[in-house]
Ligand binder design. Structure first.
Ligand code: MN
Length: 277
């Protein structure tokens, strides 16, 4: 029995399938952690969701910005983005089933795992990252409330999430504002200033950091003790590198022609699947 995590699949079904074979994934015994952005931009979103749905009792998922974008297109008439590859999924007779399935997934997931040496370790999984000032308890509480918020009225609340999704100066007044901000932060954060203020539009690499901004994981993450580990995706330009031993980047830009990364959580062994041309 082992726990494997995989980064942003983004509809790269061939590489995902090859990876499951490479790690010898056994859905009866193993668990697969998927760090969000299951679909979009890549060629096979429908097939990818189909496969994940079929092994759903063996997977832990957190939602990413592309998964939310799909939900907003399905439930909230959100316009297509220029590079969307969601048409096959959106017009499929299974679309509603898969949308309902995604809607039930969390934004933050955490579980303790027994490592090879017998030590138990807490893993936290999130798509993009965590605001540094939130404690673990606050994160899990906001996660629960955010899931309820999203499911209570998907159409209205997805509209609210996307209305504010790139606002750096979004004023948080109500609880709904707080949840909207939390959802956008954990699915989109890359950089922030020393106080934790997020610059949502930034998509480049570490060489292009704006003055006074740092990657979110350079700040002291309150939710994470030195013994815990955090896995995330979203930032392909990092190519998995954080220079922090307990913060593991999984997005290695498969959809952009690089590779898909799997990691076995028990011993941190990594498996790479090169983009199949
Ligand atoms: Mn993403």
């Amino acid at each position: 029995m082992a726990n494997y995590a995989v980064g942003d699949i983004q509809g790269c079904y061939k590489e995902f399938d090859k990876g499951l074979k490479k790690i010898n994934f056994n859905e009866k015994k193993d668990r697969l952690w998927i760090s969000g952005d299951l679909i979009n931009r890549g060629p096979d979103s429908l097939k990818t969701l189909e496969r994940i749905y079929n092994i759903r009792s063996s997977v832990n998922i957190v939602l990413g910005n592309h998964d939310l974008h799909f939900l907003a297109r399905h439930y909230a008439d959100r316009k297509a983005a220029k590079n969307d590859t969601l048409e096959e999924l959106l017009s499929s007779s299974k679309c509603e089933k898969y949308a309902k399935f995604l809607l039930k997934q969390p934004f933050v997931f955490s579980k303790k795992i027994k490592l090879k040496n017998g030590v138990k370790k807490k893993y936290i999984m999130v798509h993009a990252g965590l605001p540094h000032y939130l404690t673990f308890k606050e994160c899990m509480n906001l996660n629960k409330l955010s899931q309820e918020f999203l499911n209570r009225n998907p159409k209205k609340n997805l509209k609210k999430i996307f209305f504010h999704h790139r606002k750096n100066n979004f004023k948080i007044i109500s609880m709904k504002d707080k949840l909207t901000f939390f959802i956008n932060a954990v699915t989109r954060i890359r950089i922030c200033d020393k106080e934790g203020k997020i610059m949502f539009a930034f998509k480049k690499g570490l060489k292009d950091l704006p003055y006074n901004f740092v990657p979110w994981f350079k700040l002291k993450i309150s939710a994470l003790t030195r013994e815990d580990r955090l896995i995330f995706g979203h930032w392909a330009a990092l190519n998995g590198k954080t220079n922090k031993q307990n913060i593991i980047g999984l997005d290695t830009g498969c959809v952009w022609g690089n590779k898909l990364t799997f990691v076995r959580l028990e011993d941190s062994k990594k498996y790479f699947i090169k983009k199949i041309k």
